[in-house]
Ligand binder design. Structure first.
Ligand SMILES: Nc1ncnc2c1ncn2[C@@H]1O[C@H](COP(=O)(O)OP(=O)(O)OP(=O)(O)O)[C@@H](O)[C@H]1O
Ligand SMILES: [Mg+2]
Length: 392
């Protein structure tokens, strides 16, 4: 028994005899789903209404001839992948070239005297169609997969960005606490002093004025810390130029009390003039804060004597380089290649999320077009950031 094929074949020929002959040959081979039409116009109608796998198209037809019809079909996005076999009585090179130029995939000679030529060409053309369909399906699936993956990644990135912001927010609250400790106790002393003098009846106008002024000054300082803190987290919607060195200085101011509290000495070696880079200042400050906090953590954890952090800004013709160096003993070589990976941390649970450096890399590379990395120096780790700049 012959195989049965499910392919739908459209035969276009203005001669009934030809249509019958081709249809019979195909039927005998097992192709059952055959549509016969007698003009290009009808062929077009059929293309619209059914899923055709192959077209056998006569060239010499009244009205729209086979070459024109072929050109039209191949120009249509929906039909261009349907293979077309042109049937021609003239097999001179000129006619064949015209047919192939119009987009035909193959040809058969008329009159069709035996079925071998027809059937093998039909088989080949259908094979081509099947692989085109498969390829299209794969491409569509791939598109969808890529879209899904991108969506997933975008979500992950947003989540990480949010987590990392929350982490630095926690860090900053800790810093505010340090920053407030000193003025808060001074304020408390001042109030107690006023109370005590009043009780002893020794409070005169002069002392009261001094105490009030001092208290107001302390309150102003504390409120300034809050302003700095707010500025740190305010996100500009657009990338705006800002001065790298002032951004580093502001971040250091926020960290100052906390570093002092841990007896960590720091040194900021600046370059001359303004060094302007493009990006979100808040994000950049977050990067500096991440690196400085990591250094602080290591110095504390390893109980380093005379702990020190050095920040140095230098320039070449195109880039500004920021180096942040500590004397905490460096990153162990086994993990140095992994510390920028998301969720990589050596801190105990609850103390670190491992996204600080990952987020810093995303901000510097993706959002600011720069680079960031680490190497171990003699006494500790050196984190570097390279950014394109404009000198002012
Ligand atoms: N200055 C440094 N010296 C030595 N190791 C460091 C230094 N900075 C970072 N590391 C190592 O890199 C790891 C990853 O740092 P990262 O900032 O990404 O995460 P984390 O500090 O552990 O957690 P968090 O998300 O809270 O920042 C740290 O756990 C630490 O092992
Ligand atoms: Mg960290």
């Amino acid at each position: 028994m012959k195989d049965q094929y499910k392919n739908k074949i459209l035969i276009v020929d203005d001669s009934m005899d030809n249509l019958d002959l081709i249809e019979d040959m195909l039927n005998d081979e097992g192709y059952e789903d055959i549509i016969c039409v007698m003009s290009a116009r009808e062929a077009y109608e059929k293309l619209k209404s059914s899923d055709i796998d192959l077209i056998i198209l006569d060239i010499m037809m009244p009205g729209i001839n086979g070459i024109e019809a072929c050109r039209c079909i191949k120009a249509n996005e929906s039909y261009k992948d349907i293979p077309i076999i042109i049937a021609t009585a003239k097999v001179d090179l000129e006619t064949l070239k015209e047919g192939f130029d119009a987009g035909a995939n193959d040809y058969i000679r008329k009159p069709i005297v035996n079925d071998i030529e027809l059937l093998s060409r039909v088989k080949n053309a259908l094979k081509l169609k099947a692989s085109m369909d498969k390829y299209k399906e794969l491409a569509e699936n791939l598109d969808e997969k890529v879209r899904q993956e991108l969506e997933k990644n975008r979500f992950k990135e947003q989540l990480l960005m949010h987590q990392s912001k929350m982490a630095s927010m926690g860090e900053m609250i800790g810093n505010i606490a340090h920053q407030w400790r000193q003025p808060l106790s001074a304020l408390s002393l001042s109030v107690q002093k006023v109370k005590m003098l009043h009780e002893k009846d020794k409070l005169d106008a002069q002392i009261l004025k001094q105490a009030t002024e001092k208290s107001l000054m302390l309150i102003e300082r504390m409120s300034g810390t809050i302003d700095d803190f707010m500025g740190f987290f305010r996100q500009n919607k657009v990338r705006t130029p800002f001065d790298v060195q002032s951004a580093i200085e502001e971040t250091l101011t926020l960290l100052d009390a906390s570093l002092q509290h841990n007896c960590i000495e720091y040194d900021f070696i600046k370059s001359d003039g303004k060094i302007v880079v493009e990006g979100h200042k808040g994000e950049f400050s977050q990067v500096i804060l991440n690196i400085l906090s990591n250094a602080k953590d290591i110095l504390k954890e390893r109980k380093i004597k005379n702990p020190k952090i050095e920040i140095e800004v230098s320039l070449d013709e195109e880039n500004v380089t920021i180096e942040i160096k500590d004397n905490g003993g460096g990153v162990p070589v086994e993990i140095i290649d992994r510390i920028f990976e998301p969720y990589f941390t050596t801190k105990e649970e609850g103390k670190g999320t491992g996204i600080g450096l990952y987020m810093s890399k995303v901000i510097i590379e993706k959002n600011m077009g720069g680079g960031v990395g680490v190497r171990n120096e003699e006494n500790g780790a050196l984190f570097w950031i390279k950014l394109p700049y404009k000198a002012l």
